[in-house]
Design a protein around this ligand. Sequence first.
Ligand code: PMP
Length: 364
Amino acid sequence: MTPNSLNFSGGPGALPDAVLAQTREAIASLPETGLSVLGMSHRSDWFNAILHEAESNLRHLLGISDDYAVTFLQGGSSLQFAMIPMNFAATANAPPEYVNAGYWSAKASAEAARVCPAKIAWDGRSGGYRRLPDLRALDVARSSAYLHYVSNETVEGLQFPACENALAVPLVADMSSDFLSKPIRPDLFSMIYAHAQKNLGPAGVTVAIIERSLLERIPDGLPSILDFRTHISHRSNYNTPPVFAIYVLTLVTRWLRFDIGGLRAMQDINERKSRCLYEALDSLDGCVTVHADRRWRSQMNVAFTFGDKRLDDAFLVCARERGMTGLEGHRSLGGLRASLYNAVTPQAVETLAEALTAFSDERV
Ligand code: PMP
């Protein structure tokens, strides 16, 4: 296994070996143009074809209908924390509501509060962000602009098990860390967004899928670059887009469609991976604690600790000796975290599970 295939980083994360090989070639010279992808004009026919393919692969993989626009943005998911309330809160009768279920959803609501009077529909902070609410049971005003939540809490390793049923209010989801890891029902959402640097490609591009009817709510007078309509009407080519990141994203969507065989197949692989790791952790007889309550365990990010910083650090050393990297916990939580994004192979997860078992036998 290559060092790339043993990268458990929370993001930017591992990319498939096949995609990295094509990317290396494209940096030297694209098969289609003979030029380096790094020097390709965003106004070229080649790039327009790439944009078209990226969108059509995403529509195909996720089953996105024409009622939704698909657009590629910059500024990461953090810019969406601000753009979403700027675009969709001003003309609504009641403020947007936010589910604070972890580090990133709390960031999203704090940013929204700088833009509009955002409400917190549910807050998991006092419980240490170990569980998630049932979205349908939340008391959300029907007239609220939207309900925002993060489908997979990257730091704490919590994941909503499935798309929730349609709610009476527009549902907006940050899917940055589980996008394309399994099939979803886009029609249940008014907006989905996800930055690339987990399951989609390198940092620099963020995908937004927006129900077209929601665009009518955007107030006039926003700076053009912060108005979703600008990016949609310019087909994601308003100002210079991140050509390289969108190119790699396209390769990843090709890989998912044609090598993996779609999101159902990807989901099966991801289920195998997370089952393997959680079974190993659970079999360590109380030596480790998984941060998330069992019901809400994430398939993408597994946050855990040996309960002693010295042991966690010692495990990092042992993992590094076996070629594994990226296992440090997020700076806000400490401990350890294994991110099992799409490009992390079942063999890599088995290697990690074996290392955990061997380490516990020897050291704990
Ligand atoms: N949302 C989630 C779920 C994340 O995991 C992250 C970063 N890891 C962000 C938002 C912030 O993304 P960005 O760095 O692209 O702004």
